[in-house]
Design a binder for this molecule. Sequence first.
Ligand code: SF4
Length: 309
Amino acid sequence: MKVIDLTPRGYCHGVLVALAMVKKVIKTESYPRPIYILGQIVHNSKITKAFETYGVISLDQPGKSRLEMLETIDHGTVIFTAHGISKQVIERAKDKGLTYLNATCRDVLKVHKAVEQKLSEGFEIIYIGHRNHPEPEAILAMDPKIYFVEDEKDALLLPNELKDRKVFVTNQTTLSMYDIESVLKVIETKYPAYVFDNEICNATTVRQEAVMQQEPVDLMLVVGDQMSSNSNKLAFVGMKNQHIQSKLISGVEDIDLSWFKDIESVSVTSGASTPTAVTEEVIKFLKHYDKKDPKTWDHESKLDLLDIL
Ligand code: SF4
């Protein structure tokens, strides 16, 4: 079977900075213990588990806001994740006397600044993102009047009176242009004079472009966590642009051998929060895999959690 390793793939600069920050806190005894992460440092449960082995507690409570999770912490060090954090949470951490570090990615900070600027210029803000994702949470906390939309249906419900106002539209960093274009079409009909700032980050863009420009293959495997927005988008872009059958797998253990029954070629990519060792294990398995040789069929992961960091 032909195996194509797409590039670029895997860790982006924002993830590398966030992981380095957690490792530094682990190694530096002067940071008060316990060490908490408010959410998952990046959306990958293997990384979360690996940090757990060092006693790092990732507070990830579905349905609870960052502010609510922070209230459960009385002492120690808190790390805010790459997805961004609101000023209210930072202030509350200060009030509580907690030591805190902020791993917000510089590309996410850029969106915060753009929204802040447009608010100060009197614009109405429409933000396109994913519900229940931490990145929109921090943006929406900036002003209760920011309009959040996920899809065309949400866009259709935006109030008509905005047509007489200055409207600024921007988006979550890990979306695809497909998500945004359909929403923009609706916005354009409602507020033709809107101003748009595309904030899909460069790391997300170049990984999606590699998927779109690949040679035709029978199957694409995207290595990444179900929670990872950019990993999900790689699979989505593969199906939408190239009509390639795409599977999102968290690692080699998720492979189903029946996928390879009638195919001759497979490509592999990975999300920006996927550990390199996890993707390399998938590629190694695929390169050795032989449909006719059961000795090559074992796809249990041999990675130690500590190999992941
Ligand atoms: S995917 Fe983009 S925005 Fe998210 S951490 Fe990486 S570089 Fe930053």
